[in-house]
Structure formats: C-alpha cells, structure tokens
Design a protein around this ligand. Structure first.
Ligand SMILES: O=C(O)CCC(=O)C(=O)O
Length: 278
C-alpha cells in the first residue's frame, strides 16, 4: 500500500521517468523558506551560488528539515523503498531577465552513483512556469542507454561543465513541468531534462533533493557522503552527514567543505576545465 502516491502515479513515474505536481509543503511554508533563503542572500549581497548551493542541508537547518519532510519522503519511499539516503540538496535560481538556462542532460551521467533508482525531487519556492523557465523533460528517456554528453562550459548554463546531450533532442516530444510554490516534481536520474531562461516578473527558485536507495555506491570518487533520511543503512557505502543545530553550525561547516570538495572532484572528473569551487 503506497504511503502518498496513487498506483497510477507510481506507474506513470516508472513508465515515463517523472511525475508532477505533488504538493510537498503549503504555499505559506514555501514563502517562509524563500524568505530564509533571501535573508541569507541579502546578508551575502549575492544570489546563492558556489558551494553554498550544494549540500545546503549541511549549512541551513531549514534545508535539513525540508530534506527530511515526511510528505517528500513518503513519495520517495513509494518509488524506491524504505531505506533512503539523500546525496545532495541543490538550489537552482534564475534571476528575472537573466539568460540563465540548463542544457539537456541526464543527472546520472556525472554523479558517479551506480543506481538506476536515483530520484530528483524538485521543489518550487517561487512560481515555476513556462515563462519563468520551468523544467522540461523528455518522457521515457530514462530507459535504454545513457546518451552521449559534451561539455560546453557556457557561463549562463547552471550545470558545472555546461554538459549537454550531444544528440538532437526532439523538442516536440518534450513536456514542461510547471509548479506552484510548495509543489514538487519527481524525476528519475536517467531522465533527459532541461530548462530555459526566466522571462517572468519574479525570480525562479527551486531546490532539488537527490534521493537514492542505501545500496547505491559511489564509483568515481574515493569518498562520498549522504544523509540517512529514512530507514536503515546496512551497506555503509557513504559517510552519513551530520545535522546542523544552527545555520553555518561551526561543528558542521568543515564537513560541508569536505563533502562539497568530494562532489566537485566527481563532477569535474576528466573535464577539460575545472573550477576551484562548485
Ligand atoms: O532547475 C532547473 O531548471 C534544472 C534542474 C535540474 O537539472 C535538476 O534538478 O536535475
């Protein structure tokens, strides 16, 4: 008996590689989370970026709480079972009128994770509409071989290496996934997806959370970490991440540095250009 999703939703996820929209938190909760993010950005004087954008659950207690949100985890459990690790939490911000985009790619091409069952939850913290550059997906592209990718290093591309699927993607087959604040989409880590620039009047802010079964192994990096968010881990392939008791908890910040350095090494493996930070 599923905990949250209907049998039809579960079938659609497995057949097409994605499902949306699912209400994760209320609109008010999403607005509250956005306020917390924007207070941090105001303090920094900049959009969240670099390593702050990655494994953010190790820096912000409110991201740690979202990563453990029972509704989100119920949906994930319905799709991959009860023993769940979260590998990364990652902000995706597109400013109003910016050219920022995300090229067509498959998440699992670069992450060194040996599972076919990785789920990316993308949680909207502002309206993600066609105009603001919501995600587009290529249905059923999670099946079959991974597609070849090329590194294009475009500075407007939010992806680390500007990686892009090197074969023509038939845009007519692509589907947009608009979300209201507090709603989430779920997609398989092998699914091809992309998003365009923000032509709307508000920022487009999303938080993606990458969940995987505890059996998963890191096959590129020598060391990696993940949060045990539900069930038990009988495999021990990842060091479990500590929980911050306050934002930028000095007990946890050094772990965040180590963990994001490890992710950077995996993401830039064999890349022609390597950034010093994520
Ligand atoms: O935020 C976007 O537009 C793309 C996000 C993405 O590629 C992902 O969550 O895997």
């Amino acid at each position: 008996m599923p905990k949250l999703l209907t049998e039809a939703a579960i079938k659609q996820y497995h057949d097409d590689g994605f499902f949306f929209p699912v209400r994760a938190i209320t609109g008010e909760e999403a607005a509250g989370t956005r306020r917390q993010l924007e207070a941090f950005e105001a303090e920094q004087g900049n959009t969240i970026g670099g390593s702050h954008r990655n494994k953010s659950h190790l820096l912000f207690t409110w991201v740690d709480a979202l990563m453990r949100n029972a509704t989100v985890l119920d949906a994930v459990e319905d799709l991959i079972g009860p023993n769940i690790l979260c590998w990364n939490t990652l902000f995706w911000v597109k400013e109003v009128g910016s050219k920022t985009f995300v090229s067509w790619h498959q998440d699992l091409n670069y992450w060194g994770l040996d599972t076919d069952d990785l789920i990316t939850v993308w949680l909207a913290l502002s309206p993600a509409t066609v105009a603001s550059g919501c995600m587009r997906v290529l249905p059923a592209s999670h099946r079959g071989d991974m597609m070849p990718h090329e590194d294009r290093f475009d500075t407007d591309n939010l992806l680390t290496r500007g990686q892009e699927i090197a074969v023509d993607v038939d845009e007519d087959l692509a589907m947009s996934m608009p979300l209201a604040p507090g709603e989430m989409s779920l997609h398989n880590g092998r699914l091809a997806h992309a998003s365009g620039p923000n032509h709307a009047a508000d920022r487009r802010i999303g938080l993606s959370l990458h969940y995987m079964p505890t059996e998963t192994q890191q096959i590129i990096g020598d060391w990696d970490s993940a949060a045990l968010v539900r069930g038990e881990d009988r495999h021990g392939h990842f060091t479990h991440t500590p929980r911050p008791t306050k934002d930028f908890d000095p007990e946890v910040v050094p772990f965040h540095t180590k963990a994001t350095n490890a992710v950077r090494e995996v993401l830039f493996k064999d890349a022609e250009k390597v950034r010093k930070t994520l």
